[in-house]
Design a protein around this ligand. Structure first.
Ligand code: HEM
Length: 141
């Protein structure tokens, strides 16, 4: 005979203190997945506004005065954009690592060590993100 019990309200956000590794992995995976979708559309919108560059004269392109080059150069000139790029890398790396981990778990690999593999994804994401900072910040100042 099946038993039921009161799980409490999922809308009760104060319950985050009770979350275990699996719940955080679920939240972070959702968050990073939807951030990547948001970035994808922003990326397409920004670059498509620079499309007139394709019609520019060769001399204009060679001088780097076309709309596309100017758009990229001005964006990369903003420290905020460099910082957001580091954040995007962190989001993408976590989603990839945790996604690969989830696919393995779906295949029954590492079922007993899900917490450990989640923490490993977090640590690896942190290490790769920190290692990327010099590359993203180079020339920003
Ligand atoms: C190597 C690259 C990637 C891997 C291994 C991966 C893996 C996964 C997996 C396994 C899920 C399902 C998680 C579950 O069982 O609930 C998922 C969900 C999702 N992924 Fe990815 N993914 C990758 C790249 C991307 C990219 C590039 C985007 C966006 C442009 C993206 C957006 C999403 C979204 C929106 C979800 C659904 C989140 C939700 O539960 O609401 N993923 N991903």
């Amino acid at each position: 005979m099946s038993q039921s019990y009161n799980r409490g309200l999922i809308e009760d956000f104060s319950r985050w203190r009770e979350f275990e590794a699996g719940m955080w992995a679920w939240i972070f995976h959702k968050f990073t997945g939807w951030v990547l979708i948001g970035y994808l559309f922003t990326h397409i919108a920004v670059l498509s506004t620079a499309i007139p560059a394709s019609g520019a004269e060769t001399a204009v392109l060679q001088a780097g005065n076309d709309v596309y080059t100017q758009t990229i150069v001005s964006l990369e000139g903003l420290l905020l954009v460099r910082i957001l790029e580091v954040g995007l890398l962190a989001v993408a790396v976590f989603h990839m690592l945790n996604g690969a981990r989830l696919l393995l778990v779906d295949l029954g690999v590492g079922l007993e060590s899900q917490d450990k593999s989640f923490y490993a994804s977090l640590i690896l994401t942190g290490a790769i993100t920190v290692a990327s900072v010099p590359t993203f910040i180079a020339g920003a100042f």
